[in-house]
Design a protein around this ligand. Structure first.
Ligand code: SME
Length: 173
């Protein structure tokens, strides 16, 4: 898929935040997500709400979305906000497929430093850093992965990892 580097009118480049600023916007976003979801049980409703409110509150979130497990070893694109995302990802391919295969969160400071097509799948050439986390149900089964891209290198750190792991556990676990 050859994505263009030109950003559509409805998408802006990422703006960085300090760790303390990150904690503030995550707290605001998580409060909003709790208020909207309440005791909602539908996984798709949870995903679309998380995408929308995290992208609303967090200025370095460029592409945000879910890839969900299909069959034994494939991910299929789920709800997302951003430019066109690739449709299918085999376990073990790219950052998302690796996280699905290992079950471990990955933070990539510079996606362009990875082997394209193998270690990283470039749905959008503007994406420069990425965090991907596994998403699990209460019984531990894998729903899929949660993928966030930034147009800046090094946007994601342990604050994002902890905040997102806590949020995904709270909403899906
Ligand atoms: N970059 C991801 C693919 C998903 S697109 O970025 C939305 C990966 O390497 O798995």
């Amino acid at each position: 898929m050859s994505a263009t580097a030109e950003m559509p009118y409805f998408i802006k480049p990422s703006r960085p935040l300090s760790p303390d600023q990150k904690r503030v916007v995550y707290a605001e976003a998580r409060q909003a997500i709790r208020g909207v979801l309440g005791d909602e049980a539908d996984e798709q409703v949870k995903m679309v709400t998380i995408n929308c409110l995290l992208k609303t509150h967090i200025p370095y979130y460029y592409w945000v979305g879910f890839y969900v497990v299909r069959g034994e070893d494939q991910l299929v694109v789920g709800p997302y906000q951003g430019t066109l995302g690739c449709l299918y990802i085999p376990f073990g391919r790219g950052v998302c497929g690796t996280v699905a295969a290992t079950g471990k969160t990955m933070i990539v400071d510079d996606t362009h430093a990875l082997v394209q097509g193998k270690e990283h799948i470039a749905c959008d050439p503007n994406s420069r850093s990425e965090i991907v986390l596994p998403v699990r149900r209460k019984d531990g089964s894998l729903i899929g992965v949660f993928d966030v891209d930034s147009t800046l290198e090094g946007s994601f750190d342990e604050v994002d990892e902890r905040e997102l792991e806590e949020l995904l556990e709270e909403v899906f676990g």
